[in-house]
Design a protein around this ligand. Structure first.
Ligand code: GDP
Ligand code: IMO
Ligand code: MG
Length: 423
């Protein structure tokens, strides 16, 4: 059996959580492979909205193993809070949630470092979620980090202190005070106690053995391809590999074991935080998208920047991920638009027209070249099948499929589990 991968093709918040929850009944295992509490994955069903940060989005379905893989950076305090939320809904995390011993732990000082680094960047700040992601991955790559399995080691506290000493030296260089630290540490150690009672496993064995025995696994990406550490709009990116290859290293699954790759994208574009966004709108159209799409961050509440769909960027994401099926989200957000714009190319300052992403996304003044199409300009509330879609929406889907050379197998028309139309 091969492992399917689901990931975001834009700058995150494409609706991955909704789709994982929708698809989960077809799977035995759902596994997160990178990122950490910077993610906010929203699920809506039975009139209730749930936001998950580190726990895989299969957790609300019965009989599914949800695994947090080795590639994830985990904040014990956030995890404890998330589990407390689940308990309110009688979700059996003892049976259904498993954590890799090789996942990396976010310490309180990682969060302080995140804030110090961002502050020092001034206007050039990344717009990080300040959850400690960058500094924790730095320590992982720097071979300093503490891992989940270390929680079980008798010298955990000494190793913690040694790392915090290093962090304190860096923090004092940045002029940060450590006033908050004792309070943060109190919460941290309380959460660590709880953490030790969870199912801590060798997830690479678990996943490979379950694939061998014919069980179906879905890898759930966080963030999006344009935030990828290698291929995103560097340095305005996150610190992990958000692409299909990241699912291999973040779970210990060989490339030859990858099956379908589901690419999730919005019918338009959004971005939170700083960095280039060629199709960004600064007018009423952007405002309307933000309002209709409720485009405010699930993790930080920040307003999301909004703009038209960007085909050069989507083609790039499809290429680097080997996407086999596309799912288009939030079509309903465009209901009020009489016209819809599609960015087909970029025009550079020197007049050059490009169909691909230039190396220099950050300082290059990229002008989007748009094709304008007629919008459907009506409600999709009553639509339950693809055939019932207004012809303009079907034309939009057909145009995108042709341009992107990949089938769009699902269109989402609302946040609820049920508002999902298969094609
Ligand atoms: P993720 O990070 O990719 O899981 O996405 P988020 O949960 O951060 O953001 C997606 C937002 O859009 C959430 O508030 C979802 O409830 C909402 N959403 C998902 N699909 C649709 C849709 O088809 N239409 C509308 N209007 N909202 C949607
Ligand atoms: P999900 O999984 C959207 C953005 C931040 C910032 C940059 C770096 O919900 O799609 P970090 O905290 O990783 O150092 O921030 O990446 N970012 C996201 N944007 N969705 C996310 O996750 C994001 N996770 C990080 O806003 O610009
Ligand atoms: Mg999100």
């Amino acid at each position: 059996m091969k492992m399917d991968v689901l990931l975001g093709l834009q700058w995150g918040d494409e609706g991955k959580g909704k789709v994982v929850d929708f698809l989960a009944p077809k799977y035995d295992v759902v596994a997160r492979f990178q990122g950490g509490p910077n993610a906010g994955h929203t699920l809506e069903f039975d009139g209730i909205k749930h936001v998950l940060h580190q726990i895989p989005s299969g957790i609300f379905r019965e009989n599914i193993k949800n695994i947090i893989g080795n590639g994830v950076v985990l904040d014990p305090v956030v995890l404890k809070k998330e589990i407390e939320e689940l308990k309110k809904f009688n979700i059996s995390y003892q049976e259904n949630l498993f954590i890799s011993k090789k996942a990396t732990i976010i310490l309180p000082t990682h969060k302080l470092l995140d804030a110090a680094y961002e502050k020092s960047k001034g206007e050039k700040k990344i717009g990080s979620t300040l959850k400690g992601i960058g500094p924790t991955y730095q320590d992982k790559i720097g071979r300093l980090a503490l891992r989940v399995g270390d929680l079980l080691s008798p010298d955990f506290n000494e190793r913690y202190e040694a790392l915090v000493d290093k962090h304190s030296a860096i923090l004092s260089f940045y002029g940060s005070d450590l006033k908050e630290l004792p309070e943060l540490e109190e919460d941290f150690f309380e959460a660590v106690e709880f953490f030790r009672t969870l199912n801590l496993i060798d997830s690479e064995y678990e996943i490979n053995l379950s694939l061998q025995s014919g069980k179906k696994t879905l890898a759930e990406g966080a963030q999006g391809s344009l935030l990828d550490i290698d291929f995103g709009s560097y340095p305005f990116v996150t610190s992990s590999s958000t692409m299909t290859a990241g699912a291999c290293t973040g779970l210990g699954v060989a490339p030859s074991k990858i099956g379908e790759v589901f690419g999730i994208f919005k019918a338009y574009g959004t971005r939170v935080g700083s960095g280039p966004f060629p199709t960004e709108l600064f007018d009423e159209a952007g405002e309307l998208m933000r309002k209709e799409g409720n485009e405010f961050g699930s993790t930080t509440g920040r307003p999301r920047r909004c703009g038209w769909i960007d085909l050069p960027a989507l083609k790039y994401s499809i290429m680097i991920n080997g996407v086999t099926q596309l799912f288009m989200m939030k079509a309903d957000v465009l209901n009020l638009f009489e016209e819809i714009k599609i960015c087909t190319h970029y025009q550079l300052k020197n007049g050059e027209i490009l169909g691909r992403l230039p190396f220099e996304m950050v300082n290059e003044n990229i002008l989007p070249v748009f094709k304008t199409i007629k919008g459907w300009n009506c409600s999709l509330a009553e639509v339950t099948t693809y055939e019932q879609f207004p012809v303009e929406l079907r034309d939009y889907v057909t145009f995108l499929e042709k341009e992107l050379n990949t089938p769009i197998k699902m269109v989402s028309v609302g946040p609820d589990r049920k508002q999902t139309i298969l094609k």
